[in-house]
Design a protein around this ligand. Structure first.
Ligand code: GRG
Length: 314
């Protein structure tokens, strides 16, 4: 089994940041702020956040803010709750949350809550438990959870719970590991994990491990490095991570590395991208791989950053 090519992954992430005219950059231009979160969080887990120019990143993020208080994926685009969370997370990485008008940002997020407790992603109204997680995580980081009806938000998430113990994107929606992360993460942050049937969900989640050691997102699907994050973080939040074979998963993730140019792909020998590089490195961090900063499974930020938000006196 190979080792983590940490230095190569750092170089790869920085090269993606610089290649603004590449095909990938152009197709991803509207979601760049989300990409920045994945790339910068990976650098921080690898202990290399100082490899980027902090001032450049922060001044660009501030230009992505809309007058509503929400953030867009790039300058001149429309605001969305996902990019608003990414902006808040990246500022938290740099310990720069205090440059935000926290009330303005949180009023935007709170304004997206619907009467049944669910959240829309933006003014166009699509509802999904992803947006419940994003809103709750963002408001918690900004210490403004009191701006929403948390009980109703929890009630809506619980209404998306299925008989297999998992969660879907809306009531009756199929259980999927990505949505499970969102629902379990939101319930963890809201202090409402008692709504989860931990044994039933833990069983469904550990069944996601296939022969190669990788994890899939739902039954009969192919494994993908991204589920090392969605499944593993959920198992940790419900105290059932010892139900999977950690060594086999470490090997699967390491086998997805591009050992020459850096970066991690979804499956061995596929093309790498910044998202899967995050999912691989963050997954290894959850698996306590040596030399990596620990990451918080609910906030998806390094543990030292989360501790700084909630426990440091300013
Ligand atoms: C800050 C960590 C963090 C997250 C923000 C965006 C978000 C909140 C959560 C997304 C959760 C989610 C739904 C993840 C799944 C993404 C994914 C790989 C979907 C693919 O679905 P299919 O059906 O793939 O194409 P499968 O693997 O089921 O065949």
């Amino acid at each position: 089994m190979g080792e983590l090519a940490a230095d190569k992954h750092v170089k790869y992430i920085i090269s993606v940041e610089k290649k603004k005219d590449s095909f990938e950059s152009v197709v991803m231009e509207h979601l760049r702020l989300n990409g920045a979160y994945w790339g910068l969080t990976t650098l921080d887990i690898l202990g290399k956040l100082d490899a980027v120019d902090e001032e450049d990143v922060i001044s660009w993020i501030l230009k992505c803010q809309d007058e509503s208080g929400g953030f867009a994926g790039n300058i001149g685009h429309d605001p969305h709750v996902l990019y608003t969370l990414s902006a808040v997370q990246v500022l938290a990485l740099f310990d720069k949350l205090d440059i935000l008008d926290a009330d303005k940002v949180s009023n935007y997020v709170a304004g997206l809550q619907n009467g049944d407790g669910s959240f829309s992603g933006d003014i166009w109204g699509e509802v999904d438990t992803r947006f419940s997680y994003i809103a709750i995580c963002c408001l918690s980081i900004l210490q403004r959870l009191d701006k929403i009806n948390v009980d109703k938000a929890v009630e809506y998430i619980v209404s998306c719970k299925n008989l297999d113990g998992g969660f879907g994107c809306t009531p009756g929606g199929e259980s999927h590991s990505g949505q499970i992360f969102c629902c379990v993460g939101a319930l963890a942050i809201a202090g409402a994990l008692h709504h989860v049937d931990k044994d039933l969900l833990g069983w469904w989640l550990c069944e996601r491990q296939v022969k190669s050691g990788g994890l899939n997102g739902r039954p009969e699907k192919l494994p993908d490095v991204c589920y090392s994050w969605w499944v593993l973080s959920s198992l940790i939040m419900i105290d059932r991570v010892h139900w999977i074979n950690k060594d086999k998963l470490v090997k699967f993730i390491l086998d997805c590395q591009d050992m020459e140019n850096g970066g991690i792909s979804d499956r061995p020998d596929d093309a790498v991208d910044v998202f899967h590089t995050y999912f691989g490195v963050a997954g290894l961090s959850l698996l306590e791989y040596p030399g990596l900063k620990p990451i918080d499974p609910a906030y998806a930020l390094p543990v030292d950053v989360v501790n700084r938000i909630f426990f440091s006196k300013k």
